[in-house]
Design a protein around this ligand. Structure first.
Ligand code: SAM
Length: 186
C-alpha cells in the first residue's frame, strides 16, 4: 500500500456566486476559520488556505489566527492554536496553488466541490488520486464556487447526497463529511 500524498483544503471567498448567480466576493466568517481548521487538523490535512482578495479581510484573518497562535488565546486554549496553525491567507487560488506546490514539492491538482455535481469524481477515485499527487480540495462560500472554476478541466468531486429533497449543507459540514470519506479510519 503506497502512502497518500499531501492534502490541503481551500475555502474560497472569491470567485463565488451569490443567490442570483452573480460573481461576488463573500466575507470571511469566524466559524469557518475555527471549524474547518479543527476538522482539517483532526484528519491530518496539511494546510488550510483561506482565499480572499480583500486586504482588510486578509488582515482580519491574520489577527484572529495570531490571537490563538501567539496571543492570550495560545495559553488559554492551545488546541485551538494548533488547529489554526494550518491556516494560510492568500489572495487567490493561483497563490494557494503556488504556495501548496512549494510546500508539498509537486504540482498539486485542484479538486472542486459543489452540491449539484451528480456525475463527478467518486470518493474512491479521489482517494486513488491522492496516492498519485498532492491535491487541493476547494470549497465555496456564498452560493458556491463560480462557474469559471468548472471550465478549467479540474476534477469535481461527486456531491454528498443526504437522500432528501433538501441539499444545503453548510460548508463546514460538507468539509467534515468529505474529509471523513477521504481520510477517515473505518
Ligand atoms: N453560507 C453557506 C454556509 O453556511 O456554509 C455557504 C454554503 S457554500 C455554497 C457550501 C459549500 O459547501 C459548497 O460550495 C461546497 O464546497 C460545499 N458543499 C455544500 N453542499 C455540498 C454537497 N452536497 N456536496 C459537496 N459539497 C457541498
Amino acid at each position: 500500500v503506497t502512502s497518500r500524498q499531501p492534502l490541503a483544503v481551500a475555502l474560497l471567498h472569491h470567485p463565488v456566486r451569490d443567490r442570483n448567480g452573480a460573481r461576488v466576493t463573500t466575507a470571511v466568517t469566524n466559524l469557518d476559520l475555527h471549524d474547518i481548521a479543527r476538522t482539517a487538523r483532526t484528519y491530518g490535512v496539511d494546510r488550510y488556505y483561506v482565499v480572499t482578495p480583500v486586504a482588510e479581510q486578509q488582515r482580519l484573518v491574520e489577527t484572529i489566527v495570531a490571537h490563538w497562535r501567539e496571543g492570550y488565546g495560545a495559553s488559554a486554549n492551545p488546541d485551538r492554536g494548533e488547529a489554526l496553525k494550518l491556516i494560510e491567507v492568500v489572495a487567490d487560488l493561483d497563490a494557494a496553488l503556488a504556495h501548496w506546490q512549494a510546500c508539498s514539492g509537486a504540482e498539486p491538482l485542484p479538486v472542486l466541490t459543489g452540491a449539484r455535481c451528480r456525475d463527478g469524481l467518486d470518493f474512491a477515485g479521489c482517494r486513488r488520486l491522492l496516492h498519485e499527487r498532492p491535491l487541493l480540495l476547494c470549497f465555496g462560500t456564498g452560493w458556491g464556487l463560480a462557474p469559471e472554476l468548472f471550465t478549467q478541466g479540474w476534477p469535481v468531486l461527486e456531491a454528498i447526497d443526504g437522500g432528501s429533497d433538501y441539499n444545503h449543507l453548510p460548508v463546514r459540514a460538507a468539509a467534515a463529511i468529505i474529509l471523513d470519506r477521504l481520510l477517515g479510519v473505518t
